[in-house]
Design a protein around this ligand. Structure first.
Ligand code: LLP
Length: 443
């Protein structure tokens, strides 16, 4: 395989003797034939590998650790079942994610319930299922949880979600003093302190520590170190003044992945090592016992494991401007390019190493000019029916998919070392009709 392709492909991928892309030992053209396109393919061997990388890295830590997969990146019944076996925890952010996880048999004591506007009903469900902890986000929520724990005669562990005034982006972090965010209790204006005081009066809510999430697709470790420093120094102060006990420090997710050649993420173990290092240092500095460390990776677990397969349809050349090549999906199954100008790369999965003779732009099929998946991709000359593979689509692709233009959501297939399994079937027109009422029955 030439370097050009090696660089584009993801771990566990290969090109077979027919010049077809292979994902975890399976020919992508066969998958497309068997399941149709657009198709999401998840390499489960890679998902497990990422989980184990985090778990292995944390083994050297003296206290407990939890790797809680952030469901919002991608959730499915089968994924939850698999994660339950892999012995990770789960971050859910809605009654819907919670319901699916419980239905999948995920142990509720390993579920952490997040959200900036949890409803009374959602909180009731979380408490009835006896989730492992609720990450409290605001004062009203504290009141609702207190009321509900009395009604249900139960107790619950809570983490306080802090907006720490540190925001991290791919290559840098900024300290803002006060973070303008809809999430959590603001550190700078003493809201965290106020929450600690209120919670200390409520015997059914057991405050176990703090949570902060500083951003997404982060390549540097400095932002994590800065937030740990800030939260542990504050914890020292609160320990003195309110007997606050930082048993758990959850530093959120956000660990960066490779979408295109422009991205050079660091190995995942580097994040774990930097986080453990900073926590040990700050514990010593502030004379605090070591807390448990929890993290919440989403993208870094499933992002690179996901590949989207599309069939190529029409093309349009505008002389001296560009050539558009259109695929049978687009913004309905992957909104990220349209929403965030996210960049992806890919290959022609049925002719991977053919001469890359053209630079084309990959358009989706939705009725919207903004429905472009990739600008300026080098590909061999394409014809209708060729198969395009777009890499690293596993996070926030399917989970943010819509039925815009009434496009059915794709099927999701899991593959692992030569085996395949249909995890989510393709949506059908019948699925659309299931929700609809005829006007004959009303008005
Ligand atoms: N924990 C909390 C509290 C979060 O808000 C998030 C992501 C995560 C963990 C997981 O972050 P990750 O490891 O996946 O970066 N739709 C956007 C990403 C939104 C992230 C929201 N929060 C995208 O497609 O890039």
């Amino acid at each position: 395989m030439t370097n050009q392709f090696k660089n584009r492909l993801v771990e566990n991928m290969a090109v077979n003797a027919d010049n077809h892309l292979e994902i975890s030992g399976l020919d992508a053209t066969e998958l497309a034939k068997n399941y149709g396109t657009p198709l999401y393919v998840y390499d489960i061997a890679l998902v497990k590998n990422k989980i184990n990388t985090f778990k292995d890295a944390f083994r050297s830590y003296e206290k407990g650790t939890q790797v809680a997969y952030a469901s919002k990146a991608f959730s499915s019944l089968a994924l939850y079942q698999l994660l339950a076996k892999e012995d990770v925890s789960l971050d859910v952010v809605s009654g819907g994610e919670l319901h699916l996880a419980i239905h999948a048999g995920f142990p509720s004591e390993r579920i952490h319930f997040h959200g900036n506007n949890k409803s009374y009903q959602e909180l009731k469900e979380a408490l009835s299922y006896k989730v492992g902890c609720i990450v409290v986000d605001n004062f009203r929520e504290i009141e609702m949880i207190n009321e509900l724990t009395e009604e249900l005669d139960t107790t619950v562990d809570v983490l306080i979600r802090v907006t720490p005034g540190i925001e991290a982006h791919t290559h840098e972090y900024i300290t803002t003093g006060q973070e303008d965010s809809k999430f959590g209790f603001d550190l700078a204006s003493n809201q965290v302190e106020e929450a600690i005081i209120r919670l200390s009066d409520l015997s059914r809510l057991n405050t176990i520590g703090l949570h902060a999430h500083i951003g997404s697709q982060i390549f540097e470790v400095t932002g994590y170190e800065a937030v740990i420093k800030k939260l542990m120094a504050s914890s020292k102060d609160w320990a003195n003044r309110f007997d606050f006990d930082l048993s758990v420090l959850n530093v959120g997710g956000g660990f960066g992945i490779r979408y295109t050649d422009k991205d050079e993420p660091r190995p995942l173990k580097d994040y774990a090592n930097a986080i453990m290092g900073a926590v040990r240092e700050q514990a010593k500095e502030n004379d605090l016992p070591l807390p448990e460390i929890w993290i919440e990776p989403g993208r870094s677990i499933v992002g690179e494991a996901g590949t989207s397969l599309y069939s190529i349809g029409t093309n349009k050349t505008i002389p001296s401007v560009r050539k558009y090549v259109t695929v049978d999906g687009g913004m309905a199954d992957n909104i990220r390019p349209a929403l965030y100008q996210a960049e992806y790369t890919g290959v022609l999965a049925n002719k991977v190493e053919a001469d890359q003779s053209e630079t084309v732009s990959i358009a989706g099929k939705a009725c919207e000019s903004g429905d472009m998946l990739i600008w300026d991709l080098s590909l061999p000359e394409t014809t209708t029916g060729d198969l395009l593979a777009v890499f690293s689509t596993g996070a926030y692709g399917y989970s943010m998919a819509s039925n815009y233009n009434r496009l059915p959501r794709p099927a999701v297939v899991f593959v692992e070392n030569g085996k395949d399994f249909l995890a989510i079937r393709r949506e059908t027109y019948a699925d659309f009709l299931r929700l609809e009422n005829s006007i004959d029955n009303g008005l």
